[in-house]
Design a binder for this molecule. Sequence first.
Ligand SMILES: Cc1cc2nc3c(=O)[nH]c(=O)nc-3n(C[C@H](O)[C@H](O)[C@H](O)COP(=O)(O)OP(=O)(O)OC[C@H]3O[C@@H](n4cnc5c(N)ncnc54)[C@H](O)[C@@H]3O)c2cc1C
Length: 545
Amino acid sequence: MQQIPFRKRLLRKRIHNARSMNKKKYFDFVIVGQGLAGLAAAYYASEQGTVALVSKENFNISNSYLAQGGIASAISPDDSIKQHYKDTIAVGKNLCNKKAVKILVAEGKNIVREIISLGMKFDRNNTELDISLEGGHSKRRVLHSNGSSTGKELVRFFRSLITKNENITLFGNSFLFRILVRNRDAHGALFYNYKTQKDFRLLTYRTIIATGGLAGIYHKSTNPLSTSGDGIIAAYNAGAEIENIEFIQFHPTALNKKSCPPFLLSEALRGDGALLVDNNGKRIFSNTELTELSPRDELSKAIYQYISAGKNRNVFLSLSQIEKSVIRRKFSYLLNELKKYGIDIITSGIPVAPAAHYTVGGIKTGLFGETNITGLYAIGEAASAGVHGANRLASNSLLECLVFAKRCVKHSRSSSFTTPIKPEPESSLTIEDKNEKIFHKVRNQIAKILWEDVGIIRNAASLIRAKEKLSKLREKYSIPGNEYYLLQIQNLIQLALLLTNGALARKESRGCHIRSDYPNQNKKFERNSSQINKHTRLLKIRRER
Ligand SMILES: Cc1cc2nc3c(=O)[nH]c(=O)nc-3n(C[C@H](O)[C@H](O)[C@H](O)COP(=O)(O)OP(=O)(O)OC[C@H]3O[C@@H](n4cnc5c(N)ncnc54)[C@H](O)[C@@H]3O)c2cc1C
C-alpha cells in the first residue's frame, strides 16, 4: 500500500500512536455517506490508505440512486467546456465561483472519460454516445445510463469498484451524530448504530462529509426522507461555515397526484419533446417567454403560480410528441414506475407540480472540499463549493460529486495538523423509545412550516411567521442531554432556522430564491450568505477561493 507522504515525521508518529491505541477505530479517511460523492471518494482514497465508509441507509436509498436524467459533460464534438462553463454561470445568476466552475467543467470532462475507460456504460446509439438535451443547456450534453437510471448505474458502478477492496471498511446502519473537533482540528466523528444500538467513534485526520442535502425535510420533496441535512448541521455544530443555504431548488415537474409521492419526472422528457399542457391539452406557456426547457426556477415559479391562481387548474406533462419506441427505450423506468400509480405515460398526461429537489448551498468549502476546520472536508450535495451559485444547472450535480471527491482526496493527503489526535471525551448517547413519536410529529410540523412559509415563493411575512413557529419549537425542545431523538429534533429545528434566516436576510429574488416582496435581483446582494455557530467559539477564517 502506498503511504501518505506526511510532511512531518512527528505527525507520522502521532498517527501510529493513535492506530495502536485503538486499532479498529483509526482510519486514514473517514467518509460519511454512500451516495455518489462518498463512493467516489472512497474509491480514490483507498489508493492512499485505510477508509471507513459510513452510512445510515442502505446504498440504494440516496439522492444519487434516484438520479434519472444523467451527468453533464461537454463531450460531444460540437460542444466545448467553454460553452458548458457559460451555461453554468448563466443559471447561477452571478453567484458562481468562476474558478470552481472552470474546474467542474474541465476536470469533469476528464473524469467522465476516465470512468468510461474503467468500464462505466453510458447509453449509445450504435457506437456513438447518446447525448441528451436538458433545461438551461445550450447543447446536447447529458450522458445517461440504462435510460433514466443513471444514478443507480453510477452507484452500482462505483460499488463494483470498491467491493472486495481490503482498504475499505463499510459501516452500515450508522448515523453521524457529531464531528469531533479539538482546537479547530477535526478528529473523526461519533456515530450511532441502529442495529447494535450502540454509539462508536471513528478517529481520523481526514473526515469527509458526503451526507447529501436537506431537501427531504420539505413536505413535498423528490428526495427520500433520509436526505435530511444531517451532515450540514453536524458541521455547523462543529463550527463550520454554512453558505447560501437559502437557495433550495424546486423541480418544476414532480408527480402531483393525491396519495402518490412527488416522484420526479426528469427534465430529459422535456428535452425529448414532452410538453406542459393544461386540462384541455393546450400548451400553457406558448404565449410567454418560457419554454419547456427554461431554467428550473423560472418554470417552477410559473407552474406554481398557474396552479395556485384558481380551482381545478392543473398542469400535465404530455409525451404525445415523443415516439412510443423512444419512450419505451429511454424512459422504461418512468413507464414502469408510473404504472404503479395508475398512469400510462404513453396514453395520458402526467399531472405535475413543483417539489423541493436540491440543496444549492451547504457546508462552505474551498476548491478541494476543505472547510474552515482543519481535517474536515465536504463534498457532493452537502457542500457549497461555489459551482452552482444561486441555482444549479441540470445534471451538474453528479458531475460535482465525482470532480470534488477526487480533488478532496488529493488535497487531504497533504493536510497537516497542529494537534495530536485526541478528541475531547464524549458522553454516550441514550435512547428513549417514547421520544420517537415526538420526533416524527415535530419533523412533520417542520416539513409543513418550510413548505408553506419558506417555499417556492417567500416574503418577509411568511419568513417571520416561520421563524416564530420554529423558535417556539426550539424553546419547547431545548432539553439538555444526549438523547438520540431529542438531539435529532434540535438539529432539525436548527437547520430549518438556518434556512429561514438565510432567506430573510436575502432581500432580493435571485436564482431559485424567489421573494414576492423583493421580486428583482439586487446588486447589493450579489454575494454569498454565510452563517456560523457562535457557540462553538471558533475563529472565523476567510478563505480565498
Ligand atoms: C429524484 C432525483 C433525481 C435527480 N436527478 C439528477 C440527475 O439526473 N443528474 C444530476 O446531476 N443530479 C440529479 N439529482 C441530484 C443528485 O442526485 C444529487 O445531488 C447527488 O446524487 C448527491 O450525491 P451525494 O453523494 O452528495 O448525496 P446522496 O446521494 O444523497 O447520499 C448521501 C449519503 O449520506 C448518507 N447519510 C445521510 N445522513 C447521514 C448520517 N447522519 N449518518 C450517516 N450517513 C448519512 C445517506 O445514507 C447516503 O448514503 C437528482 C436528485 C433526485 C432526488
